[in-house]
Design a protein around this ligand. Sequence first.
Ligand SMILES: Cc1cc2nc3c(=O)[nH]c(=O)nc-3n(C[C@H](O)[C@H](O)[C@H](O)COP(=O)(O)O)c2cc1C
Length: 308
Amino acid sequence: MEDITDLSFRLTCKRLGADFVFTEFVNAEGLVRNNIKTHRKMAIHPDERPIGIQIYGNNIESMVGAAKHAAELKPDVIDINAGCWVKNVVGCGAGAGLLKDPDYLEKLVLEVVKVTSIPVTVKTRIGWDNDSILILEIAERLETVGIAALTVHCRTRSQAHRGEPDWSWINKIKDVVSIPVFLNGGVFTPDDVKRAFQETNADGVMIARGAIDNPWIFRQARELLTTGTIETEIDPFLRINTCLEHLRLAIEIKEEKRGVIEHRKFYTGYLKGLYNASQIRNNLMKITQYSEVENLLLDYLEQLTVRK
Ligand SMILES: Cc1cc2nc3c(=O)[nH]c(=O)nc-3n(C[C@H](O)[C@H](O)[C@H](O)COP(=O)(O)O)c2cc1C
């Protein structure tokens, strides 16, 4: 997820049980023009493997060039984004914009597959809108040109992130292809993960927004699937300590002020359901130094413990 799954959050999710993580989508044009900020988005740490670098764009030459740049970092897969709904992305024919022209999408993916020995995967949606749900045809065509796996966000582009995803497409896709198919969309709790596997033959489940609110979802889902119960209890101590660990990682990777400021978007998730959380969040929004965040959160933890 753009602006969310940077290295610090990916490492956090990995520590909390994610099997496979992906970079934010990385702009192909930025890569081929050697934009430093774009290249930085592909930085990989050995501890987060297996990892996919996701690239997006519309121009075949640029996507091929981007795939070559990505391949230099030896990710476990190179993923092509054919699902992003955002206006300025689809406006350039990238992301879900590629769904409007399946012939072109197929050609683009084929050219990328041809230039790398790293497995190429695609993440897409079921279609552009309800009148053009072409996922079965697209899945078959992409398998034929050599993708290693397909992730399907079971909504149309018109739905953006709204409305119920239609997971029933996963089984229909599985009927027409033999590559692994991963389900995405609307998986917010460990129970959703369980239901996704019960209701479909998905080979895996990709979690996006659910991990922002609850990065323990990966571990909890595995517990639920293997033992039938969720053993990891997310108490205030775990919430606050994981939040601080994640922030320390971010600061190691970025510098202090940027790390602290960019961490603000995670407080809603980490402090979810805790007494007086909105007031604490408001106070955290004004802070730019790690030591102040730590003092504030550890004092808060003490207050919560006394209240118990
Ligand atoms: C803030 C944000 C950024 C996202 N960025 C990306 C991205 O870079 N690449 C991508 O494939 N999907 C991206 N997505 C879409 C998610 O990967 C996912 O397909 C979508 O949120 C549905 O899954 P969910 O219901 O589990 O959130 C993003 C979603 C959000 C909310």
